[in-house]
Design a protein around this ligand. Structure first.
Ligand code: FAD
Length: 502
């Protein structure tokens, strides 16, 4: 079998990968990026690249016949999820494990294609607690500001926030939080808020105001393909192979050998091949990277990998809930899909929570306040390798979500008491008030300082690195991509200065 060789390979095109590829390219190192999903740049029959949450089609989901949106039902009706026809290489994937569904983005840009763009920097004290061996001074002085600048983080004009109907839902929830004695905060975002204002004035095509988010945004959002990845390709040293799955990694005399599977958008395997490299950077996301390394360890391809691989996984304490407002508190029928406010109760000694005020952008008045809370759950899951399926399986017990639910309940019970409201029971299936059996923020599996050294170098092997969310030990207290980006910047700076000196 003919095998090509490149100096550096980066697996995945999410945050960790995009940072790494740009810095490798700038250093003059020829780099190949391998991405399972598509390059999202060709409009479909409707002239749009992505479909909206209100009218999803096959572009929405990664090889599924039906959408798997986080809300199951509305008014107990099965109106949220839709049949979407033939399975296709769509942009959002939900990886279902027992008791936990993990949402991830598929395509050039990884999670940046599907996420809500919220870009908070973690509280320093909690960052230091979770990653005690990382120099926080350096992170907060240098790498967090760098990540914010590179990602195009901006904040909403406060005057606009106060008067626009598209954030009425946020203002209503903020008022309720304040009445219950909680603090709120504005969350920065990579969605261009000036673009949003022009959307509202009908000066530009709508995206945040057209129900676009988890299946991609056609406009407004500075996803990685428009920032880091564009710059990386612009160095002339970085190329991206799409619809390419890395299935195995092994070592030989020249370095690492990857087994690749090239598919088409219908999932048909077009060919299998091998690619050799000297330096290998894994940025396939928390589940993807952990699976690749676990498989390599358990099949004896890389037998010296640490026992810590597959451990320290968490959902960032994600839990969703919704409150039913009084009729005199409408939340608005036109809602921006891009959240901009959060309830910040992180300093609570018993029940720390950071709860984003989320939209319910279905085009009608719902009187619902929706939240995605991030809680400081101590629970961690672990992965094992199943040889019969060749997949990594997450072990997460149903009761492991209870601490997150208890924290969210403490917060929202207090708001409900203060306002005289109740929870909605019609949204998450089974009449549940809370949903903590899925997450948007998978973190850990190859934890920094455990499965790797303090800079993401995988223990037991030279020139093998982890660069994504799997480095973060299960919880970071806020939405994670700014942290993943800043940490990747810090790690690649060190690796370039020491391991890759040219
Ligand atoms: P990812 O971004 O997950 O990228 C990994 C890439 O690797 C993917 O493109 C994947 O297709 C590819 N890959 C995986 N396996 C393979 C393989 N075997 N071969 C080749 N390629 C592979 N975070 C925030 O901070 N703010 C938010 O507002 C926010 N909202 C979110 C909303 C949704 C719906 C989702 C799903 C996530 C959200 N997140 C948010 C989380 C955020 O997007 C992730 O934390 C982030 O994308 C993780 O970055 P990463 O570098 O670890 O990997």
């Amino acid at each position: 079998q003919k095998r090509t060789f490149v100096p550096a390979v980066v697996v995945g095109t999410g945050y960790g990968s995009a940072v790494t590829a740009l810095r490798l390219g700038e250093a003059g190192i020829t780099t190949t990026m391998l991405e399972l999903g598509q390059l999202w740049n060709k409009p479909g029959k409707d002239g749009k690249i992505f479909c909206s949450t209100l009218n999803p089609d096959s572009r929405s989901m990664w090889f599924s016949r039906r959408t798997k949106a986080p809300l199951d039902t509305f008014l107990w009706l099965d109106v949220v999820n839709r049949d979407i026809g033939t399975p296709y290489a769509g942009v959002l994937d939900r990886i279902d494990f027992p008791n936990m569904g993990v949402y991830v983005g598929r395509g050039v840009g990884g999670g940046s294609l599907v996420n809500g763009g919220m870009a908070p920097t973690p509280k320093r004290a909690y960052f230091e607690k979770m990653l005690p061996r990382v120099d926080a001074d350096q992170m907060y002085r240098r790498y967090f500001p760098l990540a914010n600048k590179m990602l195009g983080v901006n904040t909403i004009d406060p005057r606009y926030l106060e008067q626009t109907p598209v954030y009425r839902y946020a203002r209503v929830s903020r008022r309720h939080a304040h009445q219950a004695g909680f603090k709120t905060t504005v969350i920065p975002n990579v969605y261009d808020f000036r673009y949003l204002q022009r959307e509202e004035r009908n000066q530009v095509p709508r995206s945040a105001l057209a129900g676009e988010v988890i299946y991609g945004n056609n406009h407004g959002k500075q996803s990685l393909d428009k920032t880091y990845l564009a710059d990386a390709v612009g160095t002339g040293k970085v190329t991206i192979q799409t619809l390419t799955r890395v299935t195995a990694i092994r070592q030989d005399k020249t370095g690492y050998v990857l087994t690749l599977e090239k598919i088409d958008a219908s999932g048909k395997v077009l060919r299998r091949s091998e690619l050799g490299c000297e330096h290998l950077f894994l940025g396939a996301g928390s589940v993807g990277t952990t699976e690749l390394l676990l498989r390599a360890r358990e099949t004896d391809a890389l037998p010296n990998l640490s026992a810590a691989i597959g451990t320290g996984w968490g959902s960032n304490g994600n839990v969703m809930t919704s409150r039913a407002n009084h009729l005199w508190d409408p939340t608005g029928f036109l809602q921006s899909t891009i959240p901009t406010l959060a309830i910040d109760n992180w300093n609570d000694p018993i029940h720390p929570a950071f709860a984003e005020i989320a939209p319910l952008p279905i085009g009608i008045e719902t009187w619902a306040s929706l939240y995605l809370a991030i809680t400081a759950s101590p629970e961690r899951g672990r992965f094992s390798y199943n040889p019969s399926t060749d997949r990594a399986e997450l072990h997460w017990g149903a009761t492991q979500s209870n601490p997150s639910i208890a924290t969210a309940r403490a917060l929202f019970d207090r708001i409900n008491r203060a306002i005289g409201t109740t929870y909605r029971h019609d949204l998450f299936g089974g009449n549940r008030e809370f949903a903590a059996d899925f997450c948007y923020h998978p973190l850990g599996g190859c934890v920094l300082g455990k499965a790797t050294d303090d800079y993401g170098r995988v223990r037991g092997y030279r020139n093998l690195y982890v660069t994504d969310g799997s480095l973060i030990p299960g919880s970071i207290g806020v939405n994670p991509f700014v942290t993943i980006t800043a940490l990747a910047e810090r790690n690649i700076a060190r690796v370039l200065a020491t391991d890759l000196r040219t």
